[in-house]
Design a protein around this ligand. Structure first.
Ligand code: NAD
Length: 505
């Protein structure tokens, strides 16, 4: 047992106005280890609507009173963000262990996940002092100043699958521009998120800037979306939840950005480097047990290389070591919960009932430690009809559908024939063709000759039902900025020509 594990169960408090506290309900909820459901990892506060209101009030006060110069002094914000990145690195081992324990993420992946979160803070720290606006002189000499202001108090709602980076992608740009915030994490990952909130305070975030409330989405999440004290909601989660949030937010024209589900295609043409393509595919298919919005879920393979490509993919898949997340040798861990395991198994049954060919996997793993966790074998179905449930719906697990195509036009049609448009992959030895196809796929990111690259300098976000808005990179700031015009007369005239429409002189 690692030193971090001896501290379990972690006691995860609410953080409101810089103070750690308990829920007004007096209740807690427990988070189990999905790799060993006999172990309670975290005991977190079951926050109520009234706790959420208190957190929103604290964030509102901090914003409206410009607490410690937060909204106007970029130097404070810059220091807090840089320092948070440093603290994440200094605490990397602890953070990776907690993510592993709450999510079931294998330690090699959890370690990379922590490093990526630190990079996001570095990147946005650099922007805090560079939020330049624009100026423009009218022919009359009057001046238009376009300035960037923080959107205000933002409500951040995050999922469990990559708890640190999903949170960092919202928190870092929101703080860089001078917003204050309330953060509501997924109930599977309260401690992972709380650790980050703690580091933000240690880095010098003034009281009331970062508030943190745990509890059920349909209680505290709903309160956050409805509450007029929140200027904007930034949400990452399921498309169904996103639709409910969008409908609710529309009632008071609350700004929203939504990072939702995906059903990524991976298109492989006959002239691809099949070895490189197979490795890229398998990485995207089974990273975090397929519990990833950008997971490779549909392999679209040109018919004349179908057999050889699938052979390579299956051989790499069979070599994946499914095991305990703490082992350095483990490539894939358990699913996050019993519910998720049931959903995945239901999709496997649907695949079998539909008559698709099960090429590998398709079973729950049992015996020894497997019996205490939610382990499903990496699974591939071949000859899948793209219009079936397996071709259309987000499974969020290690289940992949293979479909053949004959020519380029058909590949583009299949790739686009889903409600989602988050990410896609294109493989061809002919760069001109790869680029032509990439341009025609309706997705926020298309990778050519790579898979699941998410540079902080780039973007992340979806077309169609995969979302609204963009995270990461400079575009990620726009989600938290209001652009204001300040117009200053430069004529010095008491009566302007336009006034004559109303005043005769
Ligand atoms: P989820 O929608 O179940 O929950 C996400 C968050 O919303 C949680 O914090 C939850 O408590 C909260 N919530 C639930 N109901 C709510 C409501 N009515 N009002 C306000 N908040 C509410 O999603 P999940 O299972 O945590 O995450 C998995 C999903 O997230 C997948 O669909 C995945 O594709 C998506 N995802 C998308 C991205 C992306 O960048 N596009 C990244 C990661 C995950």
């Amino acid at each position: 047992m690692s030193p971090v594990e001896t501290q379990m169960p972690f006691r995860c408090p609410l953080v409101i106005n810089g103070e750690e506290g308990s829920s007004s309900s007096g209740k807690q909820f427990q988070r189990e280890n999905p790799a060993d459901n006999r172990v309670t990892v975290t005991s977190a506060e079951e926050g109520t609507a009234s706790d959420m209101r208190a957190a929103i009030d604290a964030a509102r006060r901090a914003f409206d009173t410009n607490a410690e110069g937060w909204t106007t002094n970029h130097k404070i914000r810059e220091r807090v963000l840089y320092r948070t990145g440093e603290l994440i690195r200094a605490n990397a081992e602890r953070l990776a262990a907690i993510v592993r324990l709450e999510v079931g993420m294998p330690i090699r992946q959890a370690t990379g996940h922590v490093a990526a979160a630190a990079d996001i803070f570095d990147f946005y720290a650099g922007y805090a002092g560079k939020l330049y606006g624009e100026s423009f002189f009218q022919p009359s000499g009057s001046m238009i100043n376009l300035i960037k202001e923080p959107m205000g108090v933002v409500g951040l709602i995050t999922p469990w699958n990559f708890p640190l980076t999903q949170t960092a992608r919202k928190v870092a740009p929101a703080l860089a521009v001078g917003c204050t915030l309330v953060l509501k994490p997924a109930s599977y990952t309260p401690q992972s998120t709380y650790e980050l909130v703690k580091l933000l305070h240690e880095a010098g975030a003034p009281a009331g800037i970062v508030n943190f409330v745990t509890g059920p989405g349909d209680v505290i999440g709903v309160e956050m979306v409805r509450n007029p004290g929140i200027d904007k909601i930034s949400f990452t989660g399921e498309t169904g939840t996103g639709k409910r949030i969008a409908a609710e937010a529309a009632m008071n024209v609350k700004r929203i950005s939504l990072e939702l589900g995906g059903k990524a295609p991976f298109v492989v043409f006959e002239d691809s480097d099949l070895d490189a393509a197979a490795r890229a595919a398998v990485f995207g298919m089974f990273r975090n047990a397929g519990q990833a919005c950008g997971a490779t879920t549909r392999l679209l393979v040109q018919d004349n290389i179908h057999d050889s490509f699938l052979d390579q993919v299956v051989s790499l898949t069979k070599a994946i070591e499914v095991g305990q997340p703490e082992q350095q040798t483990t490539d894939m861990g358990p699913l996050v919960s019993k519910n998720q395991e049931n959903t995945v198994q239901q999709y496997i049954r649907t695949g079998l009932d539909s008559g698709f060919s099960l090429v590998t996997g398709g079973n729950k793993l049992t015996g020894s430690f497997f019996d205490h966790g939610y382990y499903v074998n990496p699974t591939i179905f071949d000859n899948v009809d793209n219009s079936s449930a397996l071709g259309q719906e987000e499974i969020f697990g290690p289940v992949v559908a293979v479909t053949s195509f004959h020519e380029e036009e058909e590949a583009v049609e299949l790739a686009n024939d889903v409600p989602y448009g988050l990410v896609a992959g294109v493989w061809s030895g002919d760069y001109v063709r790869a680029m032509r196809v990439a341009r025609r796929i309706r997705a926020g990111t298309v990778w050519i000759w790579d898979n699941y690259a998410q540079p902080v300098e780039g973007i992340w976000g979806g077309f169609k039902e995969s979302g609204v808005g963009r995270e990461l990179g400079p575009y990620g700031l726009d989600d938290f900025i209001e652009v204001k015009q300040i117009y200053t007369d430069g004529t010095g005239l008491a009566t302007k020509p336009a006034y004559r429409q109303v005043i005769k002189d």
